[in-house]
Design a protein around this ligand. Structure first.
Ligand code: SAM
Ligand code: SF4
Length: 328
C-alpha cells in the first residue's frame, strides 16, 4: 500500500483507550480532562476487524498505545486476537510501565519483542512532579522484567525546559550498563491545553549539543528505514541513544504510519484531524469492502508532512487534543 508520495504504508498505531492512571504534564492536564464514554470507544472485536482489514491492505506492524493500554480490562484478549493474524509480523507496545509487569511473561506469545517505556527522569521527586503519581518503582521494576525476559526496551523521555534537563545525563548513563535505547523526544503541543505549551522547547539539535557536551565521544550511527529517531552510540555503552524531532518533524518524508484513535477516528498524520470514523461506519452496517475503500482512499491522500496536516486541520477544529487521544 503506497500513498500519493510513493511512501510505503505498513505501520498502524492503535490507541486502545484515552484513559490514563498518570498525568504527565506534557500529555494531559491534572484535572478537568473528560474521558470518552465507554460506548464511544471501539470494542476489541471492532479493533480486530479493522486491523485485519488493514493487514490485508499491507499493514504488517501494529503498535498498541493509548492512554495507558494496560488500563484496558482484558487487554490480553486484544493482544492474542491481533497476534492470531498470521500476516502480522510484529506487535509492539508503548506503556507507562505502571501496570505492565504481570503481562511481560506473555509478550513473546503475542509477537511483542519490543516495548517502549515512558520514563522522563531517574529522580523519584522529578518523576512525581511530572506524572503526579508515586509510581517510579513500578516503572523501574517493569524495565528490569522486560530486560530479563529479553524484550527490546526503548525508553521514551520527553525533554522539557526547567523540568528534566538535569535528568538527561542520568538517562544517558542508563545506557552504560543496560542494553536499552534511550530516546529523547522534542515536546509537542498535544497536552490537552494548548495554552500551557510554551513553544520554548528543546529541539533535537539542542538536545544533541547538550549530550555532546557531556559525552564528546558520542557517535552518529545509521538510522533504520522509517525510523523517527536520529541514532547515536557512545563507545563502551551497552545501550544507545535516539533523538526524536517530533516537533521539528524532519522525518515526514519517510513516514509509513497510520493511526486509529480509541473512538475509531482514522488519522493519516499525527498533526492532522481524523479523516473519518471507522467505528461509526461499522456500527452503521458498512461492509468490509466499503470500509476498505474508504481507508485506501484516505491513505492515498495522506498529507505530505506534519506542517501541511497541521495547517489543513487548523482550518477545521483545534487539533491540539491530549496525546492520550491520539496515541503518540
Ligand atoms: N501511556 C503510554 C505511555 O506513556 O507510554 C502510551 C501513550 S503515550 C501518549 C505515548 C507516548 O507519547 C509517550 O512515550 C509519551 O512520552 C509521548 N508523549 C505524550 N505527550 C507528548 C508530548 N506533548 N510531546 C512529546 N511526546 C509526548
Ligand atoms: Fe498517561 Fe502516557 Fe499520557 Fe503519561 S504520556 S499521561 S502515561 S498517556
Amino acid at each position: 500500500m503506497t500513498d500519493q508520495f510513493n511512501r510505503k504504508i505498513n505501520y498502524l498505531r492503535l490507541a486502545v483507550t484515552d484513559r490514563c492512571n498518570l498525568r504527565c504534564s506534557y500529555c494531559m492536564p491534572e484535572k478537568g480532562l473528560e474521558w470518552l464514554n465507554r460506548s464511544a470507544i471501539m470494542s476489541f472485536e471492532e479493533m480486530i476487524r479493522i486491523s485485519d482489514l488493514l493487514i490485508r491492505m499491507g499493514i504488517d506492524k501494529i503498535r498498541i498505545t493509548g492512554g495507558e493500554p494496560f488500563l484496558r480490562k482484558d487487554i490480553d484478549l486484544l493482544l492474542s486476537g491481533l497476534s492470531n493474524n498470521r500476516l502480522l509480523n510484529q506487535i509492539s507496545i508503548t506503556t507507562n510501565g505502571t501496570l505492565t509487569e504481570p503481562f511481560v511473561g506473555e509478550f513473546r506469545k503475542w509477537k511483542i519483542n519490543s516495548c517502549n517505556l515512558s520514563l522522563d527522569t531517574l529522580d523519584r521527586e522529578t518523576f512525581f512532579s511530572i506524572t503526579k503519581r508515586d509510581e517510579f518503582d513500578s516503572v523501574i521494576s517493569t524495565m528490569n522484567r522486560l530486560l530479563s525476559e529479553g524484550i527490546e526496551v526503548k525508553i521514551n523521555c520527553v525533554v522539557m525546559e526547567k523540568i528534566n534537563i538535569d535528568s538527561i545525563a542520568d538517562m544517558v548513563e542508563l545506557t552504560r550498563n543496560l542494553p536499552v535505547s534511550v530516546r529523547f523526544i522534542e515536546e509537542m503541543p498535544f497536552n490537552g491545553d494548548l495554552k500551557s505549551f510554551s513553544g520554548n522547547f528543546w529541539n533535537h539539535l539542542k538536545i544533541l549539543e547538550h549530550i555532546r557536551a557531556l559525552y564528546p565521544e558520542i557517535r552518529k550511527t545509521e538510522d533504520p528505514a522509517h525510523s523517527t529517531a536520529y541514532h547515536y552510540s557512545i563507545p563502551g555503552h551497552k545501550g544507545n541513544i535516539g533523538i526524536i524531532a517530533a516537533y521539528s518533524r524532519s522525518f515526514c518524508g519517510s513516514c509509513n504510519r497510520l493511526r486509529l484513535r480509541p473512538d475509531g477516528g482514522f488519522q493519516t498524520c499525527l498533526y492532522g484531524n481524523p479523516v473519518f470514523n471507522v467505528k461509526d461506519m461499522m456500527r452503521s452496517g458498512f461492509s468490509d469492502e466499503d470500509i476498505t475503500k474508504f481507508m485506501i482512499n484516505a491513505v492515498q491522500l495522506k498529507e505530505k508532512d506534519g506542517w501541511e496536516a497541521e495547517s489543513m486541520a487548523k482550518q477545521g477544529q483545534s487539533i491540539f487534543s491530549s496525546m492520550a487521544t491520539i496515541g503518540g
